[in-house]
Structure formats: C-alpha cells, structure tokens
Ligand binder design. Sequence first.
Ligand code: AMP
Length: 281
Amino acid sequence: MQICRTIKEIRAFVAKCRAEGQTVGLVPTMGYFHRGHLSLMREAKKSCHRVVVSLFVNPLQFGPKEDFSQYPRDFDRDCAMAEEVGVDAIFSPPDSEMYPEGFCTHVEVTGITGRLCGLSRPGHFRGVTTVVTKLFNIITPDKAFFGQKDAQQAMVIRRMAEDLNMGLEIVVLPTVREEDGLAMSSRNVYLDRDQRQNATVLYRSLCAFREAVDRGERDAESLRRSITKMIASTPGAEIDYVEILSVPNLEPVASLQGKVIAALAVRFGRTRLIDNIIVEV
Ligand code: AMP
C-alpha cells in the first residue's frame, strides 16, 4: 500500500493506474477507522481495480468551538487496517498541502444544507463540499463511496456532483452498527460507560419509529414527538434535533408519503452523535 503525503505523489499514483487501464475508487475519510470505514473500502475494492482512501481531518468543516484538535487520530493503526482490506493507496496530506496560504475558494450547496446538521453546524457542509471537490479534482475517481450514517452529507455530495457535472458515480452504503445498534463512529470513543450505554437510545428510537410506521402511523409530528420523548427521557441525552423530512429534498412533511428520513442529533456531554433511518411508505 502506497502512502502519499502530497498531491503530486497521489496524482502520480493515479496516473499509473490510468496508464494500466484501471478504474479508481475513492473513500474519503477523517481516519480513526472502524468497521463502517472498512465496509466502504471493501465495497470499493469489489467494484474498482484500485482503491484510494483519503485520510484528512479537514479543518474547514469544524466550527470554532468544535472538536477539531481533539478529533481521534491514529495513523499507524489506520494504515494497518486499510492495508488489511486491500486498499492500494492512502492520501493523507498535511493541512498546508490542501489549504496553502492564500486559499480562498469554496464550494457551497444551497437548500438541503439549510436543515439538520446544516443548521446546528453553520459552515460545516461548505467545508465538506469544498474538501470533497478538491479530492475529486486531485484523484479523479470513477466512483466515490460514502456512508448512510451521514445521510445528509451523502445527499449534499450527490447533489453537488450532479449540479457541477463531476462525472463520477456516488455510492452510498448502509450504516454499520455495534451489536447493540449504536452506529459506529470515530467519536464513540469519547463516551464514558454510562453515556455509551445510554447512547443506544438513538437506534432504539429509530427502530420504534419504523415499527410505528409499519403499524400504519403516518402523522409526522406525532412520530417525531414519540422519538423525542424516548430520547429526552434518557439520562444525559440532550437533543440537538429530531426531524422527519422527505428524501432526497429534505422538505418538511405533514403526513408520511414516499421516501422519508427520520434524522437525529443528540449530545451526551460534549459528544454529539447522529443517526438516521429511511423508510418508504
Ligand atoms: P468520517 O471519517 O467519519 O468522516 O467518515 C468517512 C466515511 O465513512 C463517510 O462517508 C461516513 O458516512 C462513513 N461512515 C462513518 N461511520 C459509518 C458507519 N457506521 N457505517 C457506514 N459508514 C460510515
């Protein structure tokens, strides 16, 4: 597995793949790998000749009071895990390589970024779409792989790739969970024992939502209230948002129809967790 720290190096790697007629898949990440990341890499490996994983904790997508400096990092462990699943190259540039002095261009998707995490994390998606555009331009992948866990991010990137004719396929893969249902996240390591236990309410509330829909409940506000009630009654859980919106436009719905997402963000202490489920009625 090749480790590239500069744009020049990763471009040379991709050029070599192209010269050999190989397709290239990209898995953009911020590292501190878990089985969620590995499932994206494995899928990428199945449908592309070569897989590049970008590992970059992107300062642009963190707010001033967020956890950029505390974000968990373990480069050696990440490299070992990626190599194990057959990744061909890691692109892990320093901040100065991605944002040299004078950098002042951003990519912004409007509309769907104005809800959910876009509301509670101003500037977050602008940071995501800017770095992902740079990665697409640098690596020119045939396909890029994202997780359903960050559903809004996947929708925003899909929209951006389509609107700006980026000419690659965006693949979105299911959320990988711990045995008790908690969505895997690099941030789960911040949780103490009680918080970790209580955090299972996120997925339990989403499963209860799905069951209510299966039983025929269609009233979005009533469904939203049930999820909220369940989470609010859990010790230590502080709700950021619970929303039920249409897919893929993320518009409010009164009565469930077609594809809808129930999405939530909940804080346990200083750790903010997100999860979601999509149902079709
Ligand atoms: P991150 O390193 O957290 O920025 O995540 C990198 C990619 O992995 C994103 O496309 C995420 O949506 C995806 N991802 C993170 N957690 C999971 C998970 N539990 N299951 C599936 N994909 C995930």
